[in-house]
Design a protein around this ligand. Structure first.
Ligand SMILES: Cc1cc2nc3c(=O)[nH]c(=O)nc-3n(C[C@H](O)[C@H](O)[C@H](O)COP(=O)(O)OP(=O)(O)OC[C@H]3O[C@@H](n4cnc5c(N)ncnc54)[C@H](O)[C@@H]3O)c2cc1C
Length: 276
């Protein structure tokens, strides 16, 4: 896989400073891991701007939480050592394992590229939605804006990215990372793309349930405490019917039904013990 395989692409600019991003435009796209960009024709493109040359550190740990560079490979997150007090740390590897691609793709694919693809089964979307993650966007005027991932991903392969913007980083807050989490995933076949991913989080603020892969954009349901079965069922039933994803990896009615089952399992797992 390389830019040489994209016959309309004449130039690849390795960005070294933010000023190099000024090249971005309708026929010039950001290049991250290239696992999707080089996997199909991009006839509208004449140039690529390689973000990996910007040298962003993959991750930064602080009292506020974890900041993940857009260019951080998904595989790096899977093996990350995090502070012991962050009870949610297994969730990183669980979400990375939901990325069912060959090892070569897994090693190259980046967190930012995964968010920007906005596939319903984007594992970094699942992770970010479950932990109240927000993306920092660099705007072409030199400014930046920040959006919760639930507002960044608008639908199947649709995001809130505006022309010339790039995702700089994903922020996962410490309060969410300190919480207990429970993860469930189902696919139509053992190595199939996720049909539904349901992640629960229990913290001092209450109980949070993130539904992804089953829906075209992530949905987060919240209660002050783990919900009982009726409350849970009506909340899942109350998800906008247009959001249930329907494709070769699962019909909409199946995704809706299995989401209900997985949600019950997640609530049961987190109902014992105390909030973090
Ligand atoms: C065999 C195979 C299996 C796959 N399985 C899955 C799967 O299970 N789930 C899934 O979600 N995807 C899957 N993909 C698609 C893709 O590999 C992933 O979404 C991957 O994470 C994309 O990341 P990347 O760094 O390679 O992005 P790239 O291919 O470099 O870029 C993807 C898109 O995002 C844009 N982009 C990248 N980074 C930024 C940024 N920082 N700011 C703005 N725009 C940016 C690019 O311009 C391009 O439009 C699969 C692909 C293959 C080939």
């Amino acid at each position: 896989m390389s830019a040489l395989d994209l016959h309309t692409v004449e130039r690849v600019v390795v960005a070294r400073t933010r000023a190099d991003l000024a090249e971005l435009g309708p026929d010039t796209a950001p290049l991250a891991g290239g696992t999707w960009l080089f996997s199909e024709p991009q006839d509208h493109l004449r140039a690529l701007v390689d973000l990996t040359g910007l040298g962003w550190p993959d991750v930064e740990v602080s009292h506020d939480g974890l900041t993940v560079a857009a260019t951080c490979p998904v595989a790096v997150l899977a093996g990350l050592e995090l502070p012991a007090g962050w009870a949610a740390r297994p969730l990183l590897a669980q979400c990375c394992a939901a990325f069912l691609a060959p090892p070569k793709v897994q090693r190259s694919a980046t967190v930012g590229g995964n968010l920007c693809m906005a596939y319903p089964a984007g594992p970094m979307i699942s992770l970010a939605a479950a932990l109240d993650g927000s993306v920092c966007l660099w705007c072409p005027d030199g400014g930046e804006r920040r959006l919760p991932v639930t507002e960044f991903v608008l639908g199947d392969t649709r995001t809130a990215l505006r022309a010339g913007e790039v995702v700089r980083s994903l922020a996962l807050p410490a309060a969410a990372l300190a919480a207990r989490t429970a993860f469930r995933k189902i696919a139509l076949s053992p190595l199939g793309r996720s049909g539904a991913v349901v992640i629960g989080r229990r913290d001092a603020d209450g109980f949070h349930l993130a539904v992804s892969a089953a829906t075209v954009r992530p949905v987060v349901l919240r209660w002050p405490a783990p919900p009982g079965p009726d409350l849970l069922a009506s909340a899942v039933d109350g998800i906008d019917p247009d959001l249930w994803h329907d494709d070769a990896h699962g019909a909409a009615d199946w995704r809706r039904a299995v989401t209900g089952v997985l949600a019950r399992e997640v609530v049961a797992e987190l109902s014992g013990g105390t909030a973090a």
